[in-house]
Design a protein around this ligand. Structure first.
Ligand code: TYM
Length: 337
């Protein structure tokens, strides 16, 4: 890692199984960044426990996700891959930032509203505080960019507000304490919708097995799910989120996996009905996931190797994160450790 390259950071919660939405909205866009940026990619296990997790399942899933990160093309030699709980500075900075975040700001977060509606028995303080920990994740690394899907935009805005507030209180124009980050949201694929319910986001813990494509789904299952995707009673292939959410979603998936433009898709499937479009989408997804699936099993089998990657990542991440935390403590007037 060099101090001269801009930094990007992102993370995924190890809850549920990784979906095509996580891939197209996030991981796929992380891979090329290592050519130009210092890249930090996490598994956010501290965030995951805001919803109850079975410990053995959580542990297994973290290893599965890290193997998938690598299988998707994130080379540990060119990217810092780590688990959030291994770098103590995340929780420590979150505490500081709690004191610079207003209850009203957190109350407005749509993810908190959605998650508390789904977990009525466990609306814990962590769920409410979740975006502050996310702000700490980002600000610890002086990240200029945060590659995420569309649903994280509101959290990024809060991160920016908190960073600016802290800088105004404790920094100077010449030497701000925090770098104020920008979201990096892909033009296509930033919001992949469910196949069965195309008006709701495809999610790791979706309501039905057939609503999401998981990265480890076998090809025949992917094809079956795409063929059964909900469309509409019409026949025209065009991008129209309001009138044709299902078809628009299939177009987004095709465009994000192959790079084909919407205009070209419309022209190619003009007058052909939805069957041909679905077949093309299924083939494109199967092709796109083939190299990931080919490498996954071997990577996952080497548990000691995966743990070594995470330890090395935590060591490299801690060097940067601890220095930022000390800078923050100094700005606050804390006695140096
Ligand atoms: P999470 O785990 O919900 O999602 C991980 C990433 O996948 C993107 N994503 C999608 N993109 C397109 N279509 C979808 N259907 C879809 N579903 C998910 C998300 O936008 C995200 O980029 N709070 C974050 C994790 C986090 C984080 C961070 C991210 C914690 N700290 C610091 C960036 C920086 C989350 O819950 O993502």
């Amino acid at each position: 890692m060099t101090a001269t390259r801009p930094v990007v950071l992102s993370g995924i919660q190890p809850s549920g199984r990784l979906t095509l939405g996580n891939y197209l909205g996030a991981i796929k866009n992380w891979v090329p960044l290592s050519a130009t940026h210092d890249c930090y990619y996490m598994l956010v296990d501290l965030h995951a426990i805001t919803v109850r997790q079975e410990p053995a399942v959580l542990r297994d899933r973290c290893l599965e996700f890290i193997a998938l990160y690598i299988a998707c093309g994130l080379d540990p030699a060119r990217n810092v891959l780590f688990v959030q709980s291994h770098v103590a500075a995340h929780a420590r900075l979150a505490w500081v930032l709690n004191c610079y975040t207003q209850m009203g700001e957190l109350n407005r977060m749509t993810q908190f509203k959605d998650k508390s509606a789904k977990n009525v028995d466990n609306i814990n303080a962590g769920l409410f505080d979740y975006p502050v920990l996310m702000a700490a994740d980002i600000l610890l690394y002086d990240a200029t960019g945060v590659p995420v899907g569309d649903d994280q935009k509101q959290h990024l805005e809060l991160t920016r507000d908190v960073a600016i507030r802290f800088n105004n209180a404790h920094g100077s124009k010449q030497a701000p304490v925090f770098v104020v980050p920008e979201p990096m949201i892909p033009p296509v694929g930033a919001r992949i919708m469910g196949l069965q319910e195309p008006t709701a986001k495809m999610s790791k813990s979706g309501f039905a097995e057939t609503d999401a494509i998981y990265l480890l789904d076998p090809p025949d299952s992917i094809t079956r799910k795409v063929k059964r995707a909900v469309t509409d009673l019409g026949t025209e292939v065009r991008f129209d989120l309001k009138e044709k959410p299902g078809v628009s979603n299939l177009m987004s998936i095709l465009s994000a996996t192959t790079g084909e433009s919407f205009d070209s898709i419309v022209e190619r499937f003009n007058g052909q009905g939805y069957g041909k479009l679905k077949a093309a989408v299924a083939d494109a997804v199967v092709e796109c996931l083939k190299p990931v699936q080919a490498h996954y099993a071997e990577l996952r089998a080497d548990e000691a190797g995966l743990i070594a990657v995470l330890r090395d990542g935590a060591r490299r991440a801690s060097t940067v994160a601890d220095a930022t935390l000390q800078r923050v403590h100094a700005a606050l007037g804390f006695i140096p450790e």
